[in-house]
Design a protein around this ligand. Sequence first.
Ligand code: NAP
Length: 311
Amino acid sequence: MIEKLALIGIGLIGSSIALGARRAGLAKTIAISTRRAETLDEARALGLGDIYTIDAAEAVKDADLVILCSPVGSYEAIAARIAPHLKAGAILSDVGSVKGHVVDVVGPHVPAGVHFVPGHPLAGTEHSGPSAGFADLFENRWCVLTPPEGTDPKAVELLKAFWKGLGSDVEAMSPAHHDMVLAITSHVPHLVAYNIVGTVDDLEQDTKSEVIKFSASGFRDFTRIAASDPVMWRDVFLTNRDAVLEMLGRFLEDLSVLQRAVRVGDGEALETLFTRTRAVRRSIIAAGQETEAPDFGRPHGDPKPSEPASE
Ligand code: NAP
């Protein structure tokens, strides 16, 4: 058990950590800091922590584990603000969806004697804010840690144990590898979803067509991803540019091949690809990362999904 946990930023991810840590008894005291007073009041009303403050420096005082849970674009300023107040021997971590950038902007602020172990839980929903969190969010989901070379193994083990206590499986890798893998598994899919929903929205306005009415035929599933937090995702694309452009290049090449197959009527090429992609989904289900219930387990007759899907 950690004596004091400090969470800077208390939206979907921060509040889920607070609820999960409380439920599993991982921290005696939880200090919460966020930018806006209204959000802090909301966190207090939900009973997410023990100490509430607008001042991140006050929240991290005497904390054994500090986790940055705000949008990645805010990390540098927060790191500069809290660095002089971190206790010797404390672990400083984060949950940011991008890792190379975090190492670059937070790393230089970390004082000697503080262990910097960046992290990223591969779990989320399209909802934001303190009331969006739930204690089960990280259960059976991966959490990736990217400790810089030479990090004290005891600090890494402690953070691993913390995430395991929240129900996650934990794996360590380099920040560059993380950013490349996440570019294709998360960042480009979000870009595609934002794009297709934007295209449909333009079309809807131009033609007054019936895309919203008939959205359940496929479009609706993209809208879940495209409803994700605009500030968080803006920051992801601003801070993982190289890996996203690399994967986007491959995606566009493959899309051109598909476009040609449609144009020339190459049914065999289309069927071969669609068979391969169906197998990919089956392997994700077999790995326990998705429900095998048809249509994401949506109860038919009720348009609401039964459970939130992942990032
Ligand atoms: P969120 O629900 O929008 O919450 C963000 C929180 O950060 C809010 O409490 C916001 O509160 C606070 N905040 C914003 N700017 C701040 C600043 N300058 N200083 C202090 N607090 C600030 O976002 P989230 O989904 O929890 O995402 C948080 C982090 O988790 C991001 O770095 C994201 O990359 C990562 N992540 C997200 C997901 C996902 O699916 N959502 C999954 C894995 C990792 P105020 O109202 O006070 O501004």
